[in-house]
Write a protein that binds this ligand. Structure first.
Ligand code: NAD
Ligand code: UGA
Length: 436
């Protein structure tokens, strides 16, 4: 396959920017990753990564050595050297649900000022509908007079923990364009990736991204609501989810009941989409309920602990898992934050272990909790074990070992990693999600 190699830059070297930049280099393009965080860039130049993502370190090293991947804080130089400029900065939501577009707007201005010839400017960040047009206005205002450019929306669908695979083998690539020239360039860029490419209008692409995250979050809240009904009726939500998922129209993914969704995207994007709907004159009550169920799910879990480990003050609580999901060290909106803070408030002594998130968790919990070197250490003398992230390694520790190390056999499993029957047989008080 003949592949045209492009010179691209990615502005914002966070989870999305770093993974996208590395993967674009991996498929042959010349990539400059830009960030205004000097320390982050200096570390990346030395090969020190700001995030844990399986396979990423090796791929960065390989592409740096091949002379295809570079890191800089100099946005103007990166833009000048590139044919295609990706914007991958964060787009947090404000208290009122509105998206804070400050970072996107700042970058658009800087890109415009540095432009010296035709460029394609691509939004990779998740943005509310019509942001593309805002970027176009900013670039038109600040770029040299008479210069032409195209804007594109190319939302990203990768999941943390499996980001490289998701980027290189996505279910589909969505590209919103408004010119044939930009369409051709984007088609060329993605040519080595053999997934379907869907070309749409820019506005559709922006809505597709929010709609996908909102739908997946809805699926999770739906199964969590079913879990509550299961618990009251001696049913098992895992059995229910398997049978539901076998219906091809429903599908098996995102039907794991638990302590609710966290992370940097679902919570913010559900709120942002409610706001987009409101501005469009539609009251998205369904999504408001999705948020409520998600919050409630953590409260229900906490109530179980409080009810079944009376007088929490001074009790040793072992916590397994701090990151918002396995295979990442990302602590943003992790359910562990609400749950642990509440346990600490009640006077419990929390001894926690996470395979990779401890460093980032220390920034959140400071010295409010004790950080253990491994899962077994956390269990020693524990009055209860609370499982918050379903790391594979936790599943390998047998209930027999768990019981031997703990003072009292109380297990609160927020991720349903053990068999309720086996735990009951071994004499545990085992509280899981969606099973009486
Ligand atoms: P992040 O916070 O990890 O990274 C953003 C980076 O942008 C930071 O390193 C920051 O220093 C940099 N930045 C901010 N302003 C800058 C500027 N003016 N110049 C240069 N760099 C600047 O964010 P993220 O998780 O990578 O998310 C980025 C976007 O992608 C968001 O819109 C998010 O919703 C979307 N997204 C994220 C994921 C994910 O898994 N994290 C997946 C799909 C989409
Ligand atoms: C999610 C989407 O899956 C990605 O497609 C999207 O690109 C990304 O958001 C984004 O826009 O940033 P991510 O947040 O990395 O990816 O992780 P997920 O695997 O989706 O998990 C999100 C949360 O939902 C986690 O807290 C996880 O524990 C929870 N979850 C997930 C469940 O509770 N049940 C499930 O069945 C699946």
């Amino acid at each position: 396959m003949k592949i045209k190699k492009y010179r691209v830059c990615i502005i914002g070297t966070g989870y999305v920017g770093l993974v996208s930049g590395t993967c674009f280099a991996q498929i042959g393009h010349h990539v400059i990753c830009v960030d205004n965080n000097k320390e982050k860039i200096e570390n990346l130049q030395k090969g020190i990564l700001p995030i844990y993502e399986p396979g990423l370190e090796k791929m960065i090293l390989k592409n740096k050595r091949a002379g295809r991947l570079f890191f800089t804080t100099d946005i103007a130089e990166a833009v000048k050297k590139s044919e295609v400029v990706f914007i991958a900065v964060h787009t947090p939501t404000k208290e009122n649900g509105e998206t804070n577009l400050r970072y996107v707007e700042d970058v658009s201005k800087e890109v415009a000022k540095a432009m010296d010839k035709y460029k394609v400017v691509v939004s990779k960040s998740t943005m509310p509908v019509n942001t593309g047009q805002k970027i176009k206005e900013i670039i038109t205002k600040f770029c040299p007079k008479g210069l032409t450019f195209d804007i594109v929306s190319n939302p990203e669908f990768l999941k943390e923990g499996s980001a490289i695979k998701d980027f290189l083998k996505p279910d589909r690539v969505v590209i919103g364009v408004e010119s044939k020239k930009a369409e051709k360039i984007m088609r060329d860029i993605y040519k080595p990736i053999s997934s379907p490419i869907i070309f749409t209008s820019i506005e559709s692409a922006e809505i597709i991204k929010h709609a996908c995250n909102a739908f997946l979050a809805t699926k999770i809240s739906f199964i969590n609501a079913i879990a509550c009904i299961c618990e009251k009726n001696s049913a098992n939500v895992k059995e229910v989810a398997v049978a539901m998922g076998l219906d091809k129209r429903i599908g098996p993914d995102f039907l794991k009941a638990g302590i609710g969704f966290g992370g940097s995207c679902f919570p913010k994007d559900v709120s942002a989409f409610i706001n987009v709907a409101k501005k469009s004159g539609y009251d998205f009550n369904l999504l408001k309920e999705v948020k409520k169920i998600n919050k409630k799910q953590r409260e229900i879990f906490l109530d179980k602990i409080i009810k079944n480990v009376p007088a929490l003050k001074g009790k040793n609580i072992a916590v397994w898992g701090l990151s918002f999901k396995p295979n990442t060290d990302d602590m943003r909106e992790a359910p562990s934050i609400d749950i642990i803070n509440e346990l600490v408030l009640k006077g419990a002594v929390v001894k926690a272990f996470d395979p990779v998130a401890t460093k980032k968790a220390k920034e959140v919990f400071k010295d409010k909790i004790i950080y253990c070197k491994n899962a077994q250490e956390a269990l020693k003398n524990a009055d209860a074990l609370v499982i918050l992230t379903e790391w594979e390694n936790f599943k390998k520790i047998t209930p027999e070992i768990i019981k031997k190390l703990m003072k009292s056999p109380n297990v609160f499993d927020g991720r349903n990693i053990f068999s309720p029957q086996k735990m009951a047989r071994l004499g545990f008080n085992y509280y899981s999600i969606g099973k009486k």
